[in-house]
Design a protein around this ligand. Structure first.
Ligand SMILES: [Zn+2]
Length: 373
């Protein structure tokens, strides 16, 4: 158990990590050079967890009670290599009902040998414990906030804001690279699995390194997020927070509808290992992508009604659909049709609601328009 409060000790550590990141982050990490380095490695500290070189330790980041709630905790594993190398943070469970990332991060530590590793992996097993135990989608059950809209967080905020603040302080800022791992939520069909990165935020070097890990991850579909952020306060998404802080980052989406099938879990585990190979943290070569599909723009439909959603039985996520293709209907609670939903653009149908409840303003359709690498 790591007693984690925002005290002066943590601020000192943040400054220490910032300095280390600055020193080792210059030019970022090449691949082959890192394994060859034999410099002595210091212990790695994450809050009160002290991990010696060549060690794997598990612990918890404590979110203290505040504002009338009971607090929470974030289970983490730190794998600290015996050789110098980058710090890679892998975050699962930002959304607590997205299970394939969570189950993949249960497996990853069993595949890593810190005595043979360069650098450090921080694994966040379940970022949003209230949403996991409460089995909620999108929002935490206590404050009804979306953790992936709550960065950089607040040390004295609601429980979701305090979780975001702890992640920013102890998982994002100490890292040289951050991977935020999602799936379709428990109400969303999602196919194909894809990597994503900010193609315009954080400056040229951050974009280049973010693209590097997003491609190395190995999923054939790569989404390029548009836009950038003026300040860390504007960067409310996990990976947006990272790139705005100057830390290369990517997202993963693999899985759907609360499923726990290996077809969704294995690509996440394999992809994390691929990124570690690319960064020279573990040995091995990466198979280059044969036919990557880059998606530079996404079109969405937000429901104009509340009611019951019926996806068209003829369409499936992962299909290429033409603009105007019928995707489903929304009825009222007596079966009367309120809204026919058609594709707003031609492209790959990435996300489609897969369960009946629909609220006004829900993002029921996401289509990826195919772009250039
Ligand atoms: Zn998510």
């Amino acid at each position: 158990m790591i007693a984690l409060t925002i005290d002066s000790k943590c601020l000192v550590r943040t400054a220490y990590y910032g300095l280390v990141s600055l020193l080792i982050g210059i030019g970022f990490w090449g691949s082959s050079a890192v394994l060859a380095q034999t410099n002595s490695v210091a212990a790695f500290e994450l809050a009160d967890l002290v991990v010696e070189p060549g060690e794997l330790l598990t612990g918890e980041i404590t979110i203290n009670p505040a504002n009338g709630d009971a607090g929470s905790f974030i289970p983490v594993t730190v794998v600290h290599g015996s050789r110098q190398g980058p710090v890679l943070s892998l975050i699962a469970g930002i959304h607590g009902s997205e299970y394939s990332p969570i189950l993949s991060m249960q497996r990853l530590p069993t595949l890593l040998d810190p005595t043979q590793m360069s650098g450090t992996v921080i694994i966040v097993h379940i970022a949003n414990m209230p949403a996991f135990t409460g089995r909620t989608i999108y929002f935490g059950p206590i404050d009804l906030k979306n953790l992936n809209r709550s960065f950089p967080g607040k040390s004295d905020g609601t429980i979701t804001e305090r979780i975001a603040h702890a992640l920013t302080t102890h998982v994002i800022k100490p890292a040289n690279y951050v991977i935020d791992i999602h799936s379709g939520d428990a109400n969303e069909s999602l196919r194909p699995s894809y990597s994503a990165y900010y193609a315009e935020a954080g400056g040229d070097e951050v974009v280049r390194e973010s693209a590097r890990i997003a491609v190395a991850f190995g999923l054939e579909t790569v989404v390029q997020f548009a836009g950038s952020y003026d300040s860390v306060e504007d960067a409310i998404y996990t990976s947006a927070q990272a790139v705005t802080l100057g830390i290369p980052s990517m997202d993963v989406e693999s899985g759907e509808l609360g499923n726990i099938d290996n077809v969704y879990i294995d690509p996440i585990t394999d992809g994390a290992m691929n990124v570690m190979r690319e960064l020279g943290m573990i040995a091995g070569e990466i198979e280059p992508l044969e036919n990557p599909l880059f998606i530079a723009e996404r079109a969405r439909i937000y429901s104009e009604h509340e009611g019951i959603w019926y996806a068209d039985p003829l369409v499936r996520t992962g299909d290429y659909v033409s603009q105007g293709t019928r995707l489903g209907v929304i009825t009222d609670y007596f079966g009367n049709e309120l809204e026919t939903v058609t594709a707003p653009a031609s492209g790959v149908l990435l996300i489609l609601f897969g369960t009946p409840p629909v609220n006004t303003g829900d993002p029921i359709v996401v289509i990826g328009k195919v772009g250039e690498p």
